[in-house]
Design a protein around this ligand. Structure first.
Ligand code: SF4
Length: 350
């Protein structure tokens, strides 16, 4: 059952052109997906592709230009201010920057008590106890409640951010690049923590990241975004083993492989992400795509699921069948393990 349904949502930011004209930055341009109860869906793409804007649109931190967001059967864009405030308790966000997202003037205990008081979730005499429970839930302890954010490492601050999100007992957490600012070894710890919390509490996550290697360990499904649109959406294993969109293939080829001198083909993308103010005609990826042909410049492909696709594998590319070729078994490494298994192993060792 879907907990969250995002239906054709768009965000076009107006920008002045000349004295009287207005142009629009199409930051998000018709994005649809859903998240089931207990599921993690990852949104992945380069900086500027619109993935963080989607997260903010879902929480109504910014208002959508078009489309709808339904959460637990409620159309969020039809809720009034008070109703939305109540709903936000069930929808939380963990931000990318653990340094900037915590109030430097409050102790950790005060920060965690604040939402408990605001939403009247716990009586005053039981709040200290609940703060300790929350800290222990994220691998910290009661002594940490007395300290200020500057006294913690980046990984600990992100744990505090997660504890603060958990304080209001949410059903869905938007994790907006939660590990991008952390060292690789700490990234694995935070991802393992999020996964354990999900299993223990039945949470759903929308996990936003620019690095496909990071989402592989936690996501059930992955949506790849390019210039405000989803270009491929599939179950994680299918996306990593048989990527169909040339952009997904390029992102995957950039993931470092922990096997020295292993033969691999790296697809280097030419140029930068085009401006969403003036996106290319046809398929927006065509100026950078090594497979582009004439139709790609004139006709935009639609995101569609092939009739023979299992697990809802959808792709928006005119030529994906030619590019992927006939079905074949997943490539095995010299050790006999697939790329997915090798990366999972690397995470488990951290
Ligand atoms: Fe490349 Fe054309 Fe497919 Fe776009 S539609 S990804 S340009 S082959």
């Amino acid at each position: 059952m879907s907990l969250l349904e995002v239906d054709n949502i768009a965000k076009h930011f107006p920008v002045k052109r000349g004295l009287f004209g207005t142009d629009y930055v199409r930051a998000v341009d018709g994005v649809s997906f859903d998240v089931a109860v207990g599921e993690t869906v990852a949104l992945v793409g380069e900086s500027g592709c619109g993935k963080s804007t989607v997260g903010r649109l879902i929480l109504r931190l910014i208002e959508a230009s078009a489309g709808a967001v339904r959460f637990a059967g409620h159309d969020l864009y039809r809720l009034g201010g008070d109703e939305m405030r109540v709903m936000r308790r069930r929808l939380q966000i963990v931000f990318q920057d653990p340094y900037a997202s915590l109030n430097p003037r409050m102790t950790v205990g005060q920060m965690l008590e604040e939402p408990l008081a605001l939403h009247a979730l716990v009586p005053p005499n039981k709040r200290r106890g609940r703060v300790v429970e929350l800290l222990e839930l994220v691998g910290m302890n009661a002594q940490h409640a007395q300290r200020y954010p500057h006294e913690f490492s980046g990984g600990q601050r992100q744990r505090i951010g997660i504890a603060r999100a958990l304080a209001v007992e949410p059903q869905l957490i938007v994790c907006d690049e939660p590990v991008s600012a952390l060292d690789v070894s700490i990234q694995a710890q935070v991802i393992n923590l999020l996964r354990d919390l999900q299993q223990g509490l039945g949470l759903s996550y929308l996990f936003i990241a620019h690095d496909l290697a990071v989402v592989k360990h936690i996501a059930n499904r992955v949506a790849v975004m390019y210039l405000g649109k989803i270009v491929e959406l599939a179950e994680t294993e299918a996306l990593f083993n048989t990527p169909r969109h040339p952009y997904t293939q390029a992102l995957l080829s950039a993931i470092p492989v922990p096997v020295p001198h292993s033969a691999r083909h790296r697809t280097l993308l030419q140029g930068d992400l085009p401006s969403p103010l003036n996106p290319p005609s046809g398929c927006a990826f065509h100026p950078r795509c090594p497979h582009a042909i004439e139709i790609c410049q004139t006709t935009a492909p639609v995101l569609e699921q092939a009739a023979d696709s299992l697990g809802g594998h959808a792709v928006s590319c005119h030529r994906w069948r030619e590019i992927v070729g006939p079905p074949r078994p997943p490539a095995a490494a010299p050790s006999g393990k697939t790329a997915l298994e090798r990366l999972q192993e690397a995470f488990q060792h951290n």
